[in-house]
Write a protein that binds this ligand. Structure first.
Ligand code: DP6
Length: 352
């Protein structure tokens, strides 16, 4: 256990470092206490999250600093459980859902690069990292957010760093931007921040909850995308003229969502989330080469939702950089929605 003085010294080092460093490794050097020992094994869970106002575009690709703030809801028990164990040897051993990943795979490389941030004083220390996702594969949900959030918490314990939730959120952001929101349950806002060092770019949980809010996961296609979110948002920012309007729209949507949550106004929440997602996709389609993540079944599901809504069902959707839709509705409509979408995986992040 660090004393208050030691913890304060660690925090001061962290803040000073953030003020001067822009490069990931520089950023970490001097932050970790020299005495940090990678002695322990550790295991943590973090939930997956669905953004209602999307993070799309970075102002700094090294530190994953966003162009806009975003707001998500965490998916309760659906997420990733990650265990880290110090091991002998030269390379990390990375396992995902029971299968060892090739060291040159995209997943293993991202995990090892992230662990590098923690082992600046112990460059030779390798880890075995075991991640289990309980998100149904069929839901086609990205798990990098929950995976990096769980890994951040596990590394914090393994090195006995005792970072605060805010510091953990800053760290998780360096692994994957959306991971900074998966540190928390319920509604979570990622404040974009304005500082070059990213010290003010982290997520915070909102106080409000919304019993009865439902998220339904529709499966359209579970194949790995040829262009992932990271590459997709970069291409969009660099090539789509339409992207110029995105930061303003996202800022307006974020405040409307805050209002919808404060007033528990479902029509406002659903309509803003759906329009935000479609606007993000419009910028993707307008990029070059064009990025269209939709499959014919995605469009069919959208049209079905619009028809049901016109008939009076309070049902909206959002979607990320992929073909799968996430339905938004309230518990009172659950029976009607499930009848229309048999086999729907439903999560109630705040219970009934
Ligand atoms: C469309 O967090 O996966 O899901 O920071 O490059 O790792 P990196 O990107 P990532 O992007 C997520 C984009 C999104 C929207 C969102 O979750 O806010």
């Amino acid at each position: 256990m660090l004393s208050y003085k030691e913890h304060k010294a660690l925090k001061d080092r962290f803040e000073t470092q953030l003020r001067v460093a822009m490069n990931k490794t520089d950023f970490m050097t001097g932050w970790l206490p020299k005495s940090a020992t990678p002695g322990a094994s550790a295991e943590h869970f973090a939930p997956s999250n669905i953004a209602l106002c999307k993070y799309w575009g970075k102002r700094d690709t090294e530190l994953n600093l966003p162009v806009n703030g975003s707001l998500s809801v965490s998916l309760d028990h659906l997420g990733s459980r990650t265990r880290v164990e110090p091991i002998d040897g030269e390379t990390d051993s990375v396992w995902l859902n029971g299968t060892q990943q090739r060291p040159d795979s995209r997943f293993a490389k991202r995990v090892s690069a992230f662990i590098d941030l923690f082992r600046i004083y112990h460059p030779e220390q390798a880890f075995r990292v075991t991640t289990e996702n309980n998100i149904p594969t069929a839901a086609g949900l990205a798990s990098s957010a929950s995976g990096f959030a769980a890994l951040t918490k596990a590394m914090n314990d393994a090195f006995k760093l005792e970072l605060s939730d805010t510091e953990l959120s800053v760290m998780a952001r360096m692994g994957s931007g959306s991971a900074c929101r998966s540190l928390f349950d319920g509604f979570v806002e990622w404040q974009m921040g304005v500082r070059e060092d990213g010290m003010d770019s982290y997520a915070l949980p909102l106080e409000q909850c919304w019993p009865g809010l439902c998220v339904g996961l529709i499966h359209v296609d579970e194949n790995e995308k040829s262009v992932d979110s990271r590459a997709g948002m970069q291409r969009t920012k660099e090539t789509a003229h339409l992207y110029q309007s995105w930061p303003m729209q996202a800022a307006a949507d974020l405040s409307k969502l805050q209002q919808a949550i404060a007033e528990r106004d479902f029509a406002l929440l659903g309509s803003v989330a759906e329009q935000n997602a479609l606007s993000m996709h419009a910028t993707m389609i307008a990029s070059w080469p064009p990025l269209l993540y939709w499959q014919p079944d995605s469009v069919a599901a959208m049209q079905k939702i619009w028809k049901l809504r016109a008939e009076g069902l309070a049902l909206y959707f959002t979607m990320d950089a992929g073909p799968n839709l996430k339905l938004l509705f309230e518990d009172a409509s659950r029976g009607a929605v499930e009848a229309q979408f048999p086999g729907l995986e439903v999560v109630q992040p705040f219970g009934i």
